[in-house]
Design a binder for this molecule. Structure first.
Ligand code: NAP
Ligand code: GFB
Length: 325
């Protein structure tokens, strides 16, 4: 069954989206408006609704909204440099958040939970392309071991809840995501929002764009809106407990230098790009296979990277005042 085609599903769904105010949450808000279903009611949470690290606050949220389905996005999230500085916080905060959300979902008889891992959780020393079966095959890259082990544990928890209680808790594994409402903080954010913010400043100051590291590492980037459409597919159609990678094709993998050039062109920068090799490169590559996704959605069209980056640059220029930075 393709995207947009739906089996008639009259079951009333109350869908709680934890982390609904962030990059991916805002994209799901937009995607569900573009592809609405009468039987679905969405509730988008932010940390203002309650700290999900706190068991009592989490229980209050679940008792208040009584969800039938959960899209679990809430997490301590950050780029390479934030992870390298705070591996312990990424480990503890995400373990606490995930345990509270999954256990309250079990206690309230939630019919389905779709949690969110990341391709950085896979082993650093591996064969390529990486696929879903490799998730526990060795240590992750040392730059983000805290976040990675906390995320791997979600897969372990999903299987444990299924084995002991028959719960239907699953997970998706996206590659690096970008888009509107991202975290454009220069220290803590990911590479695309970081470079967009730096290009914005470079444009104003008539300076070159500074790219951290060698510019050689390779990444697959998925636009938040494409990811959101795939999240809705998984919520509505995907029946497995085992996770599924949500990634663009391997052929769309680019180097950091190439993505920096796309951003510099989008801002029509006139002073070029310089590399700051004093900064870390992190993991050289984490090339993921989307073969499993393609068995479900062989014709899914991803937005070309250049177009998606130009839309994100446009959003940042228009929303500079409200953007997280
Ligand atoms: P984000 O923009 O940083 O948003 C994080 C969300 O989680 C926000 O809504 C935030 O609420 C909420 N949150 C954080 N700590 C919380 C707490 N203690 N209690 C309640 N809510 C809390 O993150 P994102 O990029 O959208 O990531 C969404 C999911 O995708 C995460 O699970 C992340 O691990 C995963 N992921 C992201 C990427 C990527 O490249 N961004 C790649 C792969 C996977 P406030 O807005 O109130 O702070
Ligand atoms: O997106 P990023 O921070 O995360 O960095 P990772 C990607 C690459 O971009 C690294 C380079 O090779 C950086 O050296 N880079 C160049 C920059 N300029 C910049 C810049 O201005 N800011 C940043 N941040 N990078 C993360 C994991 O790894 O991937 C997280 O640590 C999460 O846990 C995320 O999984 C999706 O792709 O290296």
């Amino acid at each position: 069954m393709g995207l947009g085609e739906c089996r008639f599903d009259f079951e009333k769904k109350i869908i709680l989206v934890t982390g609904g105010s962030g990059l991916v949450g805002q994209a799901i808000k937009q995607a569900k408006q573009q592809d609405p279903r009468e039987n679905e009611t969405f509730i988008f949470l932010s940390s203002k609704d309650g700290d999900l690290k706190d068991p009592a606050a989490t229980q209050r949220i679940f008792e208040r909204y009584k969800p039938t389905h959960v899209i679990h996005l809430a997490a301590m999230v950050g780029g390479l440099f934030n992870n390298m500085k705070h591996n312990l916080d990424f480990l503890r905060n995400n373990i606490l958040i995930n345990d509270n959300v999954l256990h309250n979902s079990y206690k309230l008889g939630v019919k389905k939970v779709v949690s969110c891992l990341s391709t950085c959780v896979f082993p650093d020393k591996t064969t390529y392309q990486i696929d879903e079966t490799m998730i526990h095959n060795g240590p992750p890259h040392p730059s983000n071991f805290g976040y990675s082990y906390a995320k791997r544990l979600i897969d372990v928890q999903n299987h444990a809840y299924h084995q002991q209680h028959g719960c239907h808790f699953t997970a998706v594994i996206p590659t690096n995501v970008f888009g509107a409402y991202d975290n454009f903080n220069l220290e803590d954010g990911h590479v695309i929002p970081g470079l967009i913010h730096k290009a914005y400043i470079a444009k104003k100051e008539g300076k070159p764009l500074v790219v951290y590291g060698s510019g050689k590492p390779l990444r697959q980037f998925i636009y938040s809106i494409d990811l959101a459409k795939l999240f809705l597919f998984v919520l509505r159609e995907y029946e497995e407990i085992d996770p599924i990678i949500l990634s663009v094709d391997e052929s769309s993998e680019v180097s950091i230098g190439e993505v920096a050039q796309i951003i510099a062109d989008a801002f029509q920068l006139e002073h070029g790009i310089v590399l700051d090799s004093t900064k870390a490169d992190g993991q050289f590559k984490k090339t993921a296979s989307n073969n499993k996704l393609r068995t479900y959605l062989p014709d899914f069209q991803f937005m070309p990277l250049k177009d998606a980056i130009e839309r994100t640059v446009q959003w940042f220029n228009l929303n500079y005042n409200i953007a997280r930075k």
